[in-house]
Design a protein around this ligand. Structure first.
Ligand code: NDP
Ligand code: OXD
Length: 313
């Protein structure tokens, strides 16, 4: 009944402490810290595990990802297809993403970068400010995180609509699939991307997509991405910021992380960079969810938030 923590992050002690606090009766070991018997491991808590590491656990029952995005595990071809992979759905993480998204939307919409520039030159001048109701925020990927942002953005007066892979019931206009993408983009002034990285979404944020965004408000179009860096064609985004096709952007994620000091993205105009911190995982909160899931699973309940291997998220 041993649980294995196998994570590339540096905060291993926080996870071990959180686990021992939440499940003192469930033994836990940490990969890389001390030897363990692979055959004793039934559950894995995993974040960017080394390729092949999960395949080396013959009695693994469930792998719990310690973040919402599972692309790192999905990239390991040796990860056995019969082992359920559970992605993290956690209210604390969801709240944090809501904060980041709303902060970025308002920063661009209220032209904060422009005002900072005016302040730098000691210039007292107003910039034309449209009303929130005239701006359309398009949530690209309409899953757990994006759905949380909708009522907050609507409460501020923005028009909100979304784009997902498949059709679904919603109280906002939802476009879906490749056939719905052009309509979605043509009605979007501020694009917020919260897509997972899969074979279908890799590189989707490119010049072609940016060129289809609405130019219906003087403060747009704006691109905001906290999904994954692999969704981005960074050369295209840089060019769009430089030639004004994009009025602004906020990127929390990059193809290469940490973003190298030599990257031209650091100097891109009207770009806000945050270092993959939009919604970090709080170990205590996440472990609480995982232990509840294991208790329910052992009592015979189905697992929640299991990744669909075919779709990759
Ligand atoms: P969900 O799985 O709940 O939602 C994913 C959404 O993307 C769904 O609406 C899904 O459509 C849609 N989608 C997937 N593939 C496609 C496609 N090919 N075309 C159109 N839509 C698609 O994920 P979360 O909301 O929990 O998380 C989203 C991502 O955010 C994570 O995968 C992760 O990469 C990133 N993330 C980043 C963090 C950060 O700090 N920067 C923190 C946490 C997450 P459908 O509804 O039809 O299934
Ligand atoms: C996540 C992340 O997926 O931190 O949770 O990016």
């Amino acid at each position: 009944m041993t649980t294995l923590l196998i994570s590339a992050d540096s905060n291993l002690d926080d996870w071990m402490d959180a686990w021992r606090e939440a499940a003192p009766h469930r033994p836990v070991v940490c990969h890389g810290r001390a030897p363990y018997d692979p055959a004793a491991i039934q559950y894995a808590l995993t974040w960017k595990p080394p390729a092949g590491a999960l395949n080396a656990l013959p009695n693994l029952k469930v792998a719990f990802n310690l973040g919402a995005g599972v692309d790192a595990v999905m990239a390991d071809p040796t990860f056995p297809s019969h082992i359920p992979l559970v992605r993290l759905v956690d209210q604390d993480l969801t709240n944090r993403m809501g904060e980041w998204v709303v902060l970025q939307v308002l920063t661009h919409f209220r032209q904060t970068l422009g005002y900072l520039e005016l302040q730098r030159t000691k210039t007292w001048r107003d910039l034309t400010q449209p009303a929130a109701r005239s701006a359309r925020v398009g949530l690209m990927g309409y899953g757990t995180l994006a759905r949380h942002c909708t009522p907050i953005l609507r409460g501020l007066g923005f028009n909100v609509h979304g784009w997902a892979r498949g059709p679904k019931e919603s109280d906002i206009t939802l476009h879906h699939g490749e056939e719905g993408l052009a309509n979605f983009l043509a009605r979007t002034d501020i694009l917020v991307c919260l897509l997972p990285l899969t074979e279908a979404t890799r590189g989707i944020l490119d010049a072609k997509l940016i060129g289809q965004l609405s130019r219906g408000t003087p403060v747009g179009p704006v691109l905001i991405n906290a999904g994954r860096g692999g969704l981005q064609n960074e050369a295209d985004i840089l060019a769009a910021l430089q030639d004004g096709t994009l009025k602004g952007a906020s990127l929390d994620v990059f193809n290469e992380e940490p973003l190298p000091a030599t990257s031209p993205m650091w100097d891109a105009p009207n770009l806000i960079i945050t270092p993959h911190v939009a919604a970090i995982t709080d170990p205590a909160s996440a472990v609480g969810n995982i232990v509840e899931q294991i208790d329910a699973f052992e009592a015979g309940a189905p697992l929640q938030n299991v990744v669909d291997r075919g779709h990759g998220y």
